[in-house]
Design a protein around this ligand. Structure first.
Ligand SMILES: NC(=O)c1ccc[n+]([C@@H]2O[C@H](COP(=O)([O-])OP(=O)(O)OC[C@H]3O[C@@H](n4cnc5c(N)ncnc54)[C@H](O)[C@@H]3O)[C@@H](O)[C@H]2O)c1
Length: 336
């Protein structure tokens, strides 16, 4: 198939492109390289897989003419939409950026898809659309009550996507990711972002001495050891769900929303313990007070994706941590 991947030079998008090339698809990446990396794209173009990276378009979702130009060149079977701004804290400080890139950007993409009659979309949504959980594990029927502009921008994008199905028959799968972790088991891709906000990369940075210590935010949550509980989904399993979502749409199924998680929660303290055991390193830790907007527990119920996509997360957290660590070490050696 011929596939259009927005944000394909970023962390999750690039892992998805790799898998699509492995599966023999032809891929066009569309990215403004604000966070995405040229090096990542070069790696993808050098891989010898059955599929082909047909083009890499430097373009912006906020410029409709970029999208029109990129989509007009070919007839695409489907779009994977990863491109977005992704930092919760930044979204609170600069909400306008998040509503522009994530909401208007998605609208521009849908308009371009409509112009060129592209009828299938796989969209990267997030557990942040649920806000403070009313119950866990969180299933897809849980009320949506996002507590920051990032989550609200994704909820709005989901609503627009649903409306484009009703009005124009663009069928979609919205995938609500929980906490994505790890790197490619081939060792060639990982998270290249310079500003690290996620838990496991932050722990690894403390181990490697890139930061002085790892900060644990809040030790008085109503959990088994007082630290927050999250559901960590390995990136290769996450990507596998995207491949299945494409098949799901190609088989003519209707628009759907699926949570993607492991249904298993780890406290921050437990993740630290696993990291110390797996990596054989002592982690310097600073205990800090809670951050606002961090729910105590976020665990996915993924039964719907298990059943409809026949998808299950398989990689152990230990392995995802090992891969993330190997990637960070490689990144460090490359920048020396
Ligand atoms: N990483 C996670 O744990 C996580 C969790 C839930 C949801 N998500 C979602 O997954 C998607 C991918 O996230 P990621 O972690 O790979 O982030 P990322 O920053 O690595 O990737 C996003 C990519 O989009 C590009 N981009 C941003 N704005 C753009 C625009 N206006 N036009 C064109 N390109 C643009 C960036 O250059 C980057 O390459 C996002 O939609 C994010 O909201 C990620």
């Amino acid at each position: 198939m011929k596939l259009f991947v927005t944000g394909g030079a970023g962390y999750i998008g690039s892992h998805c492109v790799l898998r699509l090339l492995q599966e023999g698809h032809e891929v066009v990446i569309f990215d403004n390289f604000s966070e995405g990396s040229r090096e990542t794209v070069r790696t993808l173009s050098e891989l010898k897989f059955p599929g082909r990276l047909a083009d890499v378009v430097q373009g912006d979702l906020l410029h409709p003419e970029d999208l029109q130009r990129a989509l007009s060149d070919d007839s695409f079977d489907a779009v994977f939409h990863f491109a977005a701004l992704t930092r919760v804290k930044e979204s609170v400080q600069h909400p306008e950026l998040y509503y522009c890139h994530n909401v208007v950007g998605t609208l521009n993409l849908l308009e371009a898809m409509r112009s060129f009659d592209v009828k299938r979309l796989v969209f990267s949504s997030t557990a942040s659309v649920y806000g403070e959980p009313q119950y866990t594990p969180i299933d897809e029927k849980h009320p949506l009550n996002p507590i920051n502009p990032y989550g609200r921008s994704k909820q709005m994008a989901e609503m627009i996507i649903q409306d484009f199905d009703r009005a124009y028959g663009i069928r979609s799968v919205c995938l609500r990711y929980f906490n994505v972790v790890g790197a490619s088991s081939l060792g060639c891709l990982g998270d290249r972002r310079v500003i690290v906000t996620h838990l496991i990369p932050s722990i690894i940075h403390a181990i490697l001495g890139i930061s002085k210590a790892f900060s644990v935010f809040g030790t008085d949550y109503p959990t088994r050891d007082g630290t927050c509980i999250r559901d960590y989904i390995p990136i290769e399993d996450l990507v596998d769900a995207h491949i299945r979502a494409l098949t799901f749409l190609s088989e003519g199924n209707r628009t759907e929303i699926f949570n993607l998680g492991t249904e298993q929660g780890y406290t921050v303290q437990e993740v630290l313990t696993v990291c110390e055991r797996v990596l054989g390193k002592k982690i310097p830790v600073i205990l800090e007070s809670r951050r606002s907007g961090d729910p105590a527990v976020l665990i996915a119920a993924s039964k719907r994706a298990n059943e409809a996509l026949n998808w299950h997360s398989q990689q152990l957290l230990e392995e995802a941590i090992r891969l993330a660590y190997a990637w960070e070490q490689k990144k460090m050696s490359m920048s020396l």
